[in-house]
Design a protein around this ligand. Sequence first.
Ligand code: ADP
Length: 333
Amino acid sequence: MEEERKRIVFNQENEEDRVYSLSLRPSSLDEFVGQKDVVANLKVALEAAKHRNEPVEHMLFSGPPGLGKTSLANIVAHQMSARITVTSGPAIERAGDLIGILTNLEQGDILFIDEIHRLSKTVEEFLYPAMEGFKVDFIVDKGQFAKTINFSLKPFTLIGATTRSGLLASPLRDRFGLFYHLEFYEPQELKEIVLRSAKKLNVLMADDAALEIARRARGTPRIANRLFRRMRDYAQVKTGKAEVEINLVRNAMGTLGIDEYGLDELDRRLLKILHQQYKGGPVGIETLAATLNEETDTLVDVVEPFLLKIGFLRRTSRGREITEEAVKHIKKA
Ligand code: ADP
């Protein structure tokens, strides 16, 4: 686990990302690059809610890590001039934790639950009446003394984020009014993000260098920003200046072991094992994870989506298969 957290092209947030998230996070929908349809639909929903003077409907953002779900939740809060409380599925361990959070919400507040698919069943059931009728019911005491206490909540907006909308129980899914699925970004969009970040951090970034970083960022803004910061470090050390140009990017990426598709050691190891040990597949994801000595969740959430997206991997009912494209690529590597 520790090893994988050090991956540069890992799309889950690390300590350094958190430090920079305040300065590099887009603060309005106009600053939010890409995801045109999501942004357009969201604008309408926010405008309409504002017009009615009501909290906006509960909404669910889905898509791989690092594509902007948390950023969007914060933007929604900002545009609605609402307070936001941020938590996550695994952080809410007991029903009491959730009730504490809910009863503290004010009219129009936003509750953001990241990784909402990881809420426990018992906690989740308390969320249903809270989402539907802004109330919580809970039972105190046992046996003949048991009584149900009924709490009214102030109307709020729940924003859920999930990397796996397929894992959401349908009663939970049905209680959301708005659904937005985020897709991987195009290199041109990531280039724009890199250029903006460079400007914010006072780094002189050449256009082609920004595109080169973007191409290797696995369609993911979080990775684009992280690669950008690494390039800034390289420039500082090699030239003593905050100036990034394309040759520096190419050399630095070589040193970091990140190829022109943004694949690193773990991706290549997965493809090689699939090709050599399993004759190209199909092979089950659990078996692959065991052979690689990685967690299945890491492969499913972090490694596989991008390999599927670039057509290096195919998912079939019998497991994962390697594609011709991928075989060509690993032979070249
Ligand atoms: P998620 O919640 O989906 O894991 P985040 O919202 O935390 O992703 O995004 C990770 C980082 O990527 C943000 O801090 C921000 O710097 C950057 N980012 C994400 N989406 C965009 C975007 N559309 N435009 C600009 N920067 C973005």
